[in-house]
Design a binder for this molecule. Structure first.
Ligand code: ATP
Ligand code: MN
Length: 463
């Protein structure tokens, strides 16, 4: 049975036989009749040093042909290392090669390779230090988000990916169809007849699980969803993906303040969890990707979040001694530069902006008594900008119907949603957190396309 390298590194045991298996990072041959192999098995950032003596029966045939990327199994003795740079090493008694790797062809040899080039190799980049570390941080964050909600009695609900809901308004949608794109069936007026499509209706990939999440919250109390969401916007930025993962809690009998408190506790829990569990990987990001990223996480893991209304935020931005690309005016949507200014310069930490103008927010957000704003909130982080968007939902039937009519929408088409307001309506609130924005923040990675294994973005589909 193989032991994983991270288990060996954290165990005090020495002078015991072990088996390890992984991929060769480097091989160096010494004159003394040994080869040194740096082995990585993905379990942690650190490599394990293997000492392969020339006395191995297959030394010339196999060991001397090992190059970066080759896969091997080693049986040997785990010993304290006398060399600098590692605490343990394995003296090989047997070395088995699963697969060789051609050093002239393997793209991840010794030469340095930048993130742009690695994006063209999504099937191999997990074998690099950076992308292995990102994958481990993603794993810890997703495990911990489930833990956070479960410990608070939230139920995990699986909301659909294919939907006929186009009322979410969160973003442009990708259509799902099995109709022949060259000659779809048409009505007399030339419009496509979706009654003949696979589901008998026009369908798309979901942009959010919120509406379905609300229906479960209004039965089970507190729920959350965590799944992929899809947005067909042509936003070629370092913060937008076409396919990204979203965490969406929804709480019954809760208002905007409860929502903001949940968001704060949630982020704090996740920051503390990565700090506690991803130490070596975070140190790597701190040294190689973004100096200061660990100190930033430590700060935010305990810092109270700032709170400001949109109206007050606009006033702060108008008074700011900087010129923004997009001029500041009440009623505008905050741009990334404004969000970052608020978080980085004004609050010097996370800040929750609440009560946005109704005009720029979704129809389902609860109207405030002022008639102009809604009970919405965005959580802004330094460097990343918006990471969470949420709101208290409009639970008053007549108000919601009025909002729909004012927007030129037909309330009859929102029957399911309005039913929640017809039968035992309750105040409820929730938010959506972009999981990749969170990973970006924790790792300091500049481009969101580097924190998801297979990025989907406009014009970008490598594998
Ligand atoms: P933004 O203004 O940054 O484009 P949004 O207001 O459209 O985001 P919401 O609809 O509020 O986003 O979605 C909730 C969260 O999902 C956001 O706070 C953000 O963290 C994340 N998110 C939204 N769009 C994307 C995207 N295209 N790629 C990655 N994450 C996203
Ligand atoms: Mn938003």
């Amino acid at each position: 049975m193989k032991t994983r390298i991270n288990a060996l590194l954290t165990s005090p045991k020495r002078d015991i036989p072990v088996q390890v298996a992984g991929w060769v990072r480097t091989r160096r041959d010494s004159k003394g009749g040994f080869s040194f192999i740096e082995l990585n098995d993905g379990s942690c950032l650190a490599n394990l040093q293997i000492i392969a003596p020339a006395t191995l029966a297959n030394y010339e045939k196999d060991v001397l042909n090992l190059h970066p990327g080759a896969s091997i199994r080693v049986e040997g003795l785990l010993v304290a290392s006398s060399g600098s740079g590692q605490s343990i090493e394995v003296k090989a008694d047997q070395l088995t090669v699963y697969g060789f790797s051609d050093p002239l062809a393997y793209p991840l040899g010794k030469q340095k390779i930048n993130f742009d080039r690695l994006r063209e190799l999504p099937h191999l980049r997990a074998r690099t230090n950076t992308f292995g570390a990102i994958a481990r941080v993603r794993d810890v964050l997703s495990y911990e988000l489930h833990r956070f909600f479960h410990e608070r009695g939230f139920f995990y609900v699986h909301t659909p990916i294919i939907t006929s809901n186009d009322c979410e308004g969160a973003g442009a949608m990708f259509q799902v169809t099995t109709l022949d794109p060259h000659k779809p069936p048409r009505h007399a007026d030339g419009k496509v007849d979706y009654a003949q499509d696979f589901f008998g209706a026009k369908t798309s990939l979901t942009v959010s699980g919120q509406l379905e999440g609300e229906t479960y919250a209004c039965a089970m109390g507190d729920i959350y969803t965590f799944g992929p969401t899809f947005r067909a916007e042509n936003s070629n930025t370092r913060r937008h993906l076409s396919e990204f993962w979203m965490v969406e809690p929804e709480m019954a009998f809760a208002d905007l303040n409860d929502d903001a408190l949940l968001a704060e506790a949630f982020l704090r829990h996740l920051f503390q969890a990565v700090l506690a569990q991803c130490g070596a990987d975070l140190q790597f990001f701190d040294q190689r990707v973004l100096p200061g990223v660990v100190a930033r996480l430590e700060r935010l893991a305990t810092a109270p979040f700032g709170r400001v209304t949109y109206t007050e935020a606009i006033r702060l931005l108008e008074a700011a001694p900087v010129t923004f690309e997009f001029p500041v005016k009440w009623g505008m949507d905050l741009q990334s530069e404004h969000e970052r200014y608020l978080a980085e310069e004004v609050f010097k930490g996370p800040v929750v902006v609440t009560d946005y103008p109704a005009e720029i927010k979704a129809f389902y957000m609860r109207r405030n008594p002022d008639g102009k704003t809604v009970a919405a909130m965005d959580v802004l982080l330094p460097e990343v900008g918006e990471i969470i968007g949420g709101s208290q939902r409009e639970e008053r039937l007549e108000v919601l119907e009025g909002v729909l009519r004012d927007a030129g929408l037909n309330p009859a088409e929102y029957g399911h949603y309005l039913d929640l307001r017809r039968y035992g309506s309750v105040p409820h609130a929730g938010f959506g957190l972009g999981f990749e924005r969170l990973v970006q923040f924790c790792t300091g990675m500049h481009n969101i396309r580097d924190v998801i294994p297979y990025p989907r973005a406009p014009g970008c589909m490598r594998v």
